[in-house]
Design a protein around this ligand. Sequence first.
Ligand code: WQD
Length: 340
Amino acid sequence: MNKKKILVTGGLGFIGSHTTVELFKAGYEVVIIDDLSNSQVFILDNIEKISGSKPSFYQLNMTDKKKLAEFFTKEKSIDSVIHFAAYKAVGESMQKPLKYFMNNLYSLINLLERMEVNDIKNIVFSSSATVYGEPDQLPVTENTPFKPALSAYGSTKQMGEDILQKVAATKVIDCISLRYFNPVGADSSALLGELPIGPPNNLMPFVTQAAAGIREQLVVFGNDYKTPDGTCIRDYIHVTDLAKAHVKSCDRLLNNEVQNNYEVFNIGTGNGISVLQIIEAFEKYNNIKLNYTIGKRRPGDAPEIYADVSRANKVLRWQTELGLKEMVTSAWEWQKKNNL
Ligand code: WQD
């Protein structure tokens, strides 16, 4: 029987590359679009080393309507799309909001237009916990109302979900939006991982670079929050567990199981972990002393957010399998192997 073909946009990125590996393992065929603005082409070979399969790869930015149309004349019979391609640096999005709105929204709109023209009916959308803003109730469920997004990046995810919901309501597509919490860690092979270009925005790559001596010192952004140890709490999830949620979503779409054309799932562990707990786990499980200091709060940080993941557990039949130990040890193995 012919393998189902999945288009993974942003497929050489952190989550896209891990998802591509899991798609191959699940028996899918994969084609990747990536503009290499936040990834590197050696990841393609590493995907092949891990999975024994090499995806077809097209380097293009999806705001280029002509190039995207050409892509779809070359790549026929795509069964589903997983759309990762977007800029994702929260801080940068506040300095250059227009860059984020143009890239993240225009890419999505061009993609949806091409899907309609080519009769491609299934899409998984890479959304984010940032759509919740600073929630009043915890853990957040999929019905927790959105608060104003704390960044332009978060706005593009709120708007992206709204665009998809309204297009899905016309029944031309079925869509599953996955709201990621904090993806961390790396494939057990240490051949894939976070590849921050320039100083990292996120905590884990900063921790591993500080441990590797690439960064002088890790700064903890504030310890005066109303949390048990004063530092912010997040729901950190291993990127491989997150990748597997995308495979489950493709299965669900291709089995025509999506209810009312549009479904949303929180993808986290359901556990809130503080910055200091991440540092403590990193030191303990990697037997390393981290050089860190307590600094000022970072504007826009929510004190605490973590997920209610019961819907994904029940409806997607997806569970996390990897814990904090695997998150911090796999991140360190990746850092050491690639000395980024
Ligand atoms: C986590 C915690 C920081 C760096 C964002 C996006 C989310 C996703 C992940 C894209 C916070 C603290 C961080 C440092 C620190 N992005 N921190 N020192 O902000 O929860 O989520 O990135 O997909 O959509 O919103 O993640 O890793 O930046 O921060 O103390 O050097 O670590 O204050 O409390 P965040 P983060």
